[in-house]
Design a protein around this ligand. Structure first.
Ligand SMILES: [Zn+2]
Ligand SMILES: [Zn+2]
Length: 256
């Protein structure tokens, strides 16, 4: 694969290493043309973005853009917090983002767990054979579709990791809205069982290393094997043969 971009990585603004500038310098060494910094949303437990840190990171990103010869996008990796599809990120941060990446994470602050215990605890910590599993898949699918409805989502990250959804339904909705399905280097195994459904949905893909360490930026050995195994055309993958188009967000206002 001729890898040109990496649209998912973390810095010390959440639980990653280094700064956006460090990540951009590494991307430049690798000859990438574009990266997106996507630290964890504001509701993550302990390590997360805040409005203040996000502003500071935007200044760091501006500097990286000026110095590194790599286009650096400002993003966030938001968490779906419950069945209504709400994210753990305030509108102000979403408006300032280039890339809104959305997925499930189990380490959220207690207030979210009190509000949606089944969604966060059973998905996050329950076993695959738990009773009521079909109900939970239906609930999760409603949550993902609601998030797509509520927000200018650009990327669905690591689908199938912990929270199971009706992959066909979610990916078809994503395809209709121009939302990319992430090929996540850390969690690509989670997509294996539903690869056929994802491919049949018509959705397009995007590369995300999910690098926390700077040395992992731009490295996709597992994704490359997945792409080869399933015969995915490079023209369908942003970061290889396709250029992504992210949704405008500056006028975004969430609905209650
Ligand atoms: Zn994640
Ligand atoms: Zn991540």
């Amino acid at each position: 694969m001729d890898i040109r971009a990496d649209y998912h990585m973390h810095t010390r603004a959440s639980d990653g290493e280094g700064t956006a500038l460090d990540k951009a310098r590494r991307a430049a060494e690798l000859g990438l043309s574009e990266i997106a910094i996507c630290d964890h949303g504001c509701g993550s437990f302990l390590f997360h973005q805040t409005e203040k840190k996000f502003e500071a990171q935007r200044r760091d990103i501006a500097r990286a853009n000026a110095e590194c010869g790599v286009r650096v996008l400002s993003g966030i990796e938001a968490s779906i917090t419950g069945e209504d599809g709400r994210l753990d990120v305030p509108d102000s941060v979403i408006r300032a983002c280039d890339v809104l990446t959305v997925g499930f994470h189990r380490f959220l602050q207690p207030r979210y767990i009190f509000a949606s215990p089944r969604f966060l605890l059973v998905n996050g910590w329950g076993s695959a054979g738990a009773r009521g599993r079909e109900d939970l898949v239906a609930l999760n699918t409603r949550a993902w579709l609601a998030a797509l409805e509520r927000y200018p989502v650009d990327v669905l990250c690591h689908i199938g990791h912990r929270a199971q959804v009706d992959v066909g339904a979610v990916c078809r909705a994503a395809a209709e809205r121009g939302v990319y399905i992430e090929l996540n280097e850390k969690h690509i195994d989670a997509l294996e069982a539903s690869a056929r459904e994802v491919l049949a949905s018509g959705a397009e893909f995007i590369l995300g290393s999910d690098a926390h360490a700077t040395a992992k930026v731009g490295l996709f050995p597992k994704v490359e094997a997945f792409v080869n195994r399933h015969g995915i055309a490079p023209s369908r993958i942003c970061g290889v043969g396709a250029t992504p188009h992210f949704h405008p967000k500056k006028d975004f206002k969430s609905i209650d």
